[in-house]
Design a protein around this ligand. Structure first.
Ligand code: ME8
Length: 527
């Protein structure tokens, strides 16, 4: 059996409700998982919440709630948001669950027994925000050297447990050299390489007196500190056990992960610390770490602490899941920053979704009703124009695969939209209404069959990206089964069965008037 595609998102801090930034990573992972499920019949998508540590503790205290109650409530908010966005994860790991804490403790103990973790004293610069100790030469003017941070660092002295990260500098650099696609895009990989080349310090993996954490085995005064706890979720969730023989079948089928999706903020943890931990555990490293850009608003990163953005649930109420998913994935190349704006969502909704896709589906379905009493006609002899359309449609699976294998969501969506635009052009050129007038019934049947088949192909192509619209279109075509459960062999042109009745056409998307204040949305027309 070929390896099951395994994709992960970061596990998010439940110190606030999810926002559109957290949704960004999660949507990307969902698309990849859905696409691979379609292609190979199976895939595995893990997301979850990172529930220990001071940030979460502080958030609970500010709400005057017991921490457990706070996180339980927040987790429900995440799950509700993901459901509304049609995120189809296979597992949701919470780091407070037994299945995780037990494995995290075992991993800590294994590394301690191997001498990879030791108890020691450290004195030096520390960045509270990045939870990182820095080499003296890296710190200039008491500023954190992490380019995404730059906050003031503190001079600290501590007796804690440390992971021997410094031992891994050479091994990591060798690994990077022999795995040129390990971190993508290249600009991020170069950052990592230069960071590691400058030198690595051992990292502190425990904290004394932290109320909300997993106790260090044999030293309950201390808790396992966040990164060992958090990063290991990727293997604890799928049944890893440091006693290799006890690891689950799922783990053997999934590990190493194919893609870890992360934002720029946690690049170093995933490209340096996590690989070193895996090396220390003698485990293979993930295939790819894909580091995407920020969602910004007026140039600043959208974040829980900054605020100033509309609530994710409210965005979903106003626009629905598909326009949001489409805008986020279509607007900029995935590795780059994207300035988020509701005008941007509306523009994409009105043009690509309503004018192009909605229009195509509506006119084709309506004409089949008008000219063939709602019954899919049979195709006759194909002309060069028809063959060209078929050829373009048949190229689509390979094109999507090419783009998605390098996480080019925007380019994949552009190629689907190109086909939709071509379909609309084909209708204009073949002018079925004229064929009807001229009594060319056979030609009319061929044209509308090809168009209905193109709508079927479009629904399949869009199913990972716009799950709701794809289901809706599938239903309107009255096709059998669920669009999301079709075998990949169906994704080829000419598979539509003639003679079947189609359903009633209804607009796939409602246009919204473009105005500055999108809160008072106004539907302007049906497509
Ligand atoms: O860092 N634009 O959790 P977190 C794009 N628990 N992506 C964004 C974003 C934005 N404006 N804001 C957040 C943590 N993200 C740790 C992770 S993993 C073992 C532990 C996304 O709640 C992006 O994926 O701060 C970023 O890396 C992640 O949320 C940070 O989530």
């Amino acid at each position: 059996m070929s390896k099951i595609f395994y994709v992960t998102t970061p596990i998010y801090y439940p110190n606030g409700i999810p926002h559109v930034g957290t949704a960004y990573t999660t949507i990307a992972a969902d698309i990849l998982a859905r696409w691979h499920k379609f292609r190979q019949g199976r895939s595995f998508f893990l997301t979850g919440t990172d529930e220990h540590g001071q940030k979460v503790e502080k958030a609970a205290k500010s709400r005057n709630l017991p921490i457990q109650e706070h996180v339980n409530e927040m987790v429900q908010n995440f799950k509700k948001a993901w459901e509304k966005l049609n995120i189809q994860y296979d597992d949701f790991i919470r780091t407070t669950e037994n299945r995780h804490t037990q494995v995290a403790v075992k991993i800590f103990k294994t590394l301690l027994d191997k001498g990879e973790i030791y108890k020691g004293e450290y004195e030096g610069w520390y960045c509270v925000s990045c939870e990182t100790f820095w080499i003296e030469s890296q710190v200039v003017e008491k500023k954190c050297p992490n380019s995404e941070c730059g906050r003031v660092v503190e001079w600290v002295k501590a007796e804690e447990y440390f992971f021997k990260l410094s031992n891994y500098q050479k091994k990591l650099l060798e690994y990077y050299d022999s795995h040129p696609n390990f971190v993508q895009p290249t600009v991020r990989f170069n950052e990592v390489k230069s960071l590691v080349t400058r030198g690595l310090l051992d990292i502190c993996v425990s904290r004394k007196g932290l109320e909300w954490g997993i106790p260090v085995p044999g030293d309950p005064e201390r808790s396992i500190y966040v990164w060992i706890d958090a990063l290991t979720n990727y293997i604890s969730a799928i049944g890893y056990d440091p006693e290799q023989s006890a690891s689950s079948e799922l783990f053997r089928n999934l590990w190493p992960a194919d893609v870890h999706l992360v934002g720029k903020d946690i690049l170093r943890f995933h490209a340096v610390i996590w690989p070193a931990i895996l090396m220390a555990l003698n485990l293979p490293l993930p295939q790819t770490l894909y580091v995407h850009g920020w969602l910004t608003m007026s140039g600043s990163k959208i974040s829980k602490s900054r605020g100033g953005y509309r609530d994710l649930m409210e965005l979903l109420e106003i626009y629905g899941p598909d326009p949001l998913r489409y805008f986020l994935m279509r607007e900029t190349p995935f590795g780059q920053d994207l300035d988020f704006s509701e005008e941007g969502i509306i523009r994409r909704l009105n043009t690509d979704l309503a004018n192009d896709l909605g229009n195509l589906a509506h006119r084709v379905l309506s004409m089949i009703h008008r000219y063939f009493n709602g019954e899919i006609p049979a195709p006759e002899t194909l002309e060069p124009l028809d063959l060209k359309l078929k050829e373009e449609a048949n190229n689509l699976p390979e094109t999507i695969e090419k783009f998605l294998s390098s996480l080019q969501f925007r380019e994949a969506l552009m190629s689907i939209n190109d086909l939709i635009v071509l379909g609309n052009k084909y209708v204009d050129e073949t002018a079925p209404w004229k064929l009807k007038k001229e009594g060319k019934e056979k030609r009319l049947g061929t044209v509308l069959y090809l168009m209905a088949d193109l709508c079927r192909m479009t629904a399949l192509a869009l199913s990972p990206f716009l799950p709701a619209a794809a289901s809706n279109l599938w239903r309107q075509l009255n096709l059998e089964g669920d669009v999301h459960l079709q075998p990949f062999s169906e994704f080829s042109s000419g598979k539509l069965v003639s003679g079947r009745k189609i359903g009633e056409p209804s607009p796939l998307f409602q246009k919204i008037a473009e105005k500055k204040d999108a809160s008072s949305k106004e539907e302007i027309s049906n497509v």
